[in-house]
Design a protein around this ligand. Structure first.
Ligand code: GAP
Length: 494
């Protein structure tokens, strides 16, 4: 059974992943705060993305551009004129909807055939009593909806102390434009030859008409974007370079999500139809994920052609070209843009990791995160918190491991509860310090200097010398097999 959004929202709050923003004031629509575990998970997603795409590839460099940019950027990019959604308003309750989404919502209906009883009818369906379809506002069921009007999704703000038209600017609705306007700076300063890419991670803001579904669609979110510049005159393996690189980036992006745990059956590609292509795109393919709300966009990979560089050259008066040494001519590069949302990626990783299973007659909730994503890598747990020598040793083990990884110490419950808590937040390994580790002088038992490691996924245990812990975790957290550790350091039979 796929996990529901309600289950994820409730787990996220209970275990410190994600809280509603400004909750003590009643919350603010579609804004979310990442708690102690959520911020670790989010940082891990961004870190591996940056490492895999920017640091490990010779053809990529990074950038961190300003969120507020010159207002003409948004005129040139087409966002002032085109970044709009059609919206309709209810004349009764004043709720606002995206015109193209109204029929995808469940709708409230006062049914004449049942003395005006109120029903909530699933999206797209007719009332089973009177056969009517939705004509009124889906939320209140009483008001008429206005004709669609275009609504610009950019957040406006003012630079400086005077709120006047001349000071008007915007919070960026995509990180991409920061890359385009820096194309020449980066190409010159880093002496880049085509093809090469510039990647950036950062906040973007959109005044979405219908945000919702937890962190799936929010007004403030983060993007991980790459603009990959190619020479449109080149061919690679018999294809125009832009089309070749578009295919490569689609395949690479799909493989990336699978490498970190998303199941192949929960991922699919969807080509944009001609009439839904963005104003700048020659072709766009979305990677969709089977979210708890159904198949929806996780990331888009667009061929933006030379649209953006040409527009910025036109509006700024600065040439944004590349000198093709071979052909001795200036060209305007084409751009392939793999663009992913950090928050959506996090939601997908969370949903895919979530599993419920029965263990010895009890429900176990476990997040099977890839070790690179897990917010906590190791939890160190003392078996008896009243034994000062056990607690001291556990703290020492934690301090040593924490030099390399995110490690927690917890002694606030019995060991069974502590294991379950770590399972529920996806910690791949627990270390338990017990009486055998430190010995028991009253009983004449000497210390064995070993601790128990428990594997989250198999729940198997191994008994490892404290001195070997760092080496063992280095191996395990880099993809080493648990079975090798379990056979090298067998646990005592219970
Ligand atoms: N530069 C291209 C661009 O911004 P997009 O399809 O509008 O393209 C790219 O956005 C990605 O950003 C989406 O695939 C999604 O993951 C994320 N995203 C877009 N709008 C979002 C929103 N309101 N809330 C959360 N994530 C969003």
């Amino acid at each position: 059974m796929p996990v529901t959004m309600d289950t994820l929202v409730s787990l996220s709050k209970r275990r410190g992943f994600i809280f509603q923003s400004s909750e003590i004031y009643g919350g603010i629509g579609s804004c979310w705060d990442y708690g102690p575990l959520g911020v670790e998970l989010k940082q891990n997603i961004k870190r591996i993305w940056w490492r895999d795409y920017i640091q490990r590839r010779p053809d990529m460099v990074g950038l961190d551009a300003s969120i507020i940019m010159h207002p003409t950027v948004w005129k040139a990019s087409g966002h002032v004129d085109n970044f709009t959604d059609p919206m309709v308003d209810c004349l009764e309750c004043r709720h606002r909807f995206r015109a193209d989404k109204v029929d995808e919502m469940p709708w409230v209906h006062y049914c004449a055939a049942t003395k005006g009883n109120k029903f909530t009818i699933p999206a797209g369906e007719a009332c089973s009593h009177c056969g009517e379809r939705r004509t009124q506002c889906p939320d209140c069921g009483k008001g008429r909806l206005t004709a669609p009007r275009q609504f610009n999704l950019m957040f406006k703000t003012f630079m400086g102390p005077v709120e006047e038209e001349a000071a008007l600017t915007y919070l960026r609705p995509e990180t991409a434009q920061g890359i385009f306007v820096n194309f020449d700076n980066v190409a010159q300063s880093m002496r880049r030859k085509l093809p090469f890419g510039i990647g950036q991670i950062g906040k973007a803001f959109r005044n979405e008409i219908t945000p919702g579904n937890f962190i799936f669609r929010t007004r403030e979110f983060e993007q991980m974007e790459i603009e990959y510049f190619v020479n449109p005159r080149d061919t690679v393996e018999g294809k125009p370079a832009d089309e070749y690189w578009h295919e490569r980036w689609i395949a690479d992006s799909l493989a990336w999500f699978q490498r970190y745990g998303l199941r192949a059956e929960n991922l699919r590609l969807r080509e944009h139809e001609k009439d839904e292509l963005a104003h700048y795109a020659k072709r766009t393919a979305d990677i969709e994920y089977y979210f708890p709300i159904g198949w929806s966009e996780l990331m888009g990979i667009a061929n933006r052609t030379d649209f953006d560089l040409r527009q910025h050259a036109k509006f700024s008066g600065k040439a944004l070209t590349y000198f093709d040494e071979e052909r001795k001519e200036h060209v305007v590069p084409y751009v392939i843009e793999p663009s992913a949302g950090v928050d959506r990626a996090l939601l997908a990783f969370l949903a895919d990791a979530y599993q419920e299973e029965e263990v010895r007659g009890e429900k176990r909730v476990v997040l099977r995160f890839h070790p690179e994503l897990a917010p906590v890598k190791v939890a160190v747990l003392p078996l008896l918190k009243k034994r000062e020598d056990i607690v001291r040793t556990a703290h020492t083990v934690r301090d040593t491991l924490a030099r390399h990884w995110a490690v927690v110490y917890d002694d606030t419950a019995a060991i069974g509860r502590l294991y379950r808590r770590q399972d529920e937040v996806g910690t791949p390994y627990c270390v338990t310090v017990d009486v055998q580790t430190v010995g028991d002088s009253d009983k004449g038992e000497s210390a064995d200097g070993k601790v128990t490691i428990r594997d989250r996924d198999s729940m198997e245990q191994a008994r490892v010398p404290i001195d070997a812990l760092s080496t063992v975790f280095l191996d395990l957290l880099n993809g080493g097999a648990w079975s090798a550790v379990a056979s090298k350091y067998p646990a005592a039979k219970a």
